[in-house]
Design a protein around this ligand. Structure first.
Ligand SMILES: [Fe+2]
Ligand SMILES: [Fe+2]
Length: 277
């Protein structure tokens, strides 16, 4: 397996960003903003679960996986930090993370009631979604190429690193003896949970921005359907790649998109600072 490198994107958050930073399109901007509100809390949970599970791994038997786990934690920590900066700008613009308490309660319940392996199955499922989203953006750079340059860098960087480490949780789960049924049940839960959380956040951002007022509703719906269900809409990508996870022979690198990842990295290398894992 190729090594995983953590990088810090060179972004000055103190400059802030436009309220509709993605091509002046509120419905698309908030589709990204809703994800950003989920990331720091979600990724901290991923780190806790992966750290806990990897302590039970036979380190001598899986030296490469141990290195990958370490790199995964470094990458996700950097994502958390950057999205915290991003989200504090959103809060300064008046938006609220309305799922914070819900996610906190859910994570506390997971820690209390689920085994390390079941939590890892859940995280592996969520990581499949972040890999799908990353693959979508790497394949469809037109979705951010008219955005604020710093925001395009943040989303491109996060997409690239989610792609780079997409197999870590899955491989750890397999190495710890995780089976198909638990993986699928956890994925179904992750699918429902992610959709509920995302829909609540997205609707709240749109409402707060006045996009659901009768005078703006038609335009919002047009932007929404075009982004989610248009010819290159993200939902077709999510559904198609989502189903692949159900196969007993699934592995994240069965979809080998490393060339796309490397192309994005070489184009953006000057704006990324590599860090030691
Ligand atoms: Fe991440
Ligand atoms: Fe990730």
């Amino acid at each position: 397996m190729a090594s995983i490198t953590a990088r810090v994107p060179q972004v000055d958050w103190s400059k802030g960003f436009d309220r509709h930073w993605n091509d002046g399109n509120p419905a698309v901007t908030h589709a990204f903003n809703a994800l950003s509100f989920i990331f720091p809390q979600g990724e901290q949970f991923f780190i806790q679960v992966v750290r806990e599970a990897s302590q039970k791994l036979e380190h001598d038997k899986y030296p490469e996986l141990v290195k990958d786990v370490k790199a995964f934690i470094t990458q996700e920590s950097a994502h958390t930090y950057q999205h915290q900066q991003y989200n504090s700008q959103l809060e300064q613009q008046g938006y609220k993370n309305v799922v914070h308490n819900y996610m906190r309660r859910l994570q506390m319940q997971a820690h209390k009631r689920l085994s390390p392996l079941t939590k890892l199955a859940l995280v592996s499922g969520y990581e499949h979604y972040t890999a799908i989203l990353g693959n979508y953006l790497l394949n469809n750079p037109q979705m951010i190429d008219r955005a604020d340059v710093d925001m395009a860098l943040i989303w491109g960087w996060h997409s690239a690193e989610e792609t780079e480490h997409k197999a870590v949780c899955f491989d750890l789960y397999k190495a710890m003896g995780g089976g198909w049924l638990r993986r699928i049940l956890a994925f179904l839960f992750a699918t429902i949970d992610f959709n509920i959380i995302y829909a609540r956040l997205y609707m709240n951002l749109l409402r707060h921005d006045g996009c659901l007022k009768p005078v703006r509703l038609f335009k919002t719906l047009r932007q929404y359907f075009s982004f989610f269900y248009g010819r290159k809409g993200i939902m077709w990508h999510m559904i198609g790649y989502g189903f692949l996870y159900l196969s007993p022979g699934f592995h994240p690198w069965n979809n080998n998109n490393r060339a796309l990842l490397n192309a994005w990295l070489s184009k953006n290398r000057p704006r990324l600072k590599e860090v030691n894992n």
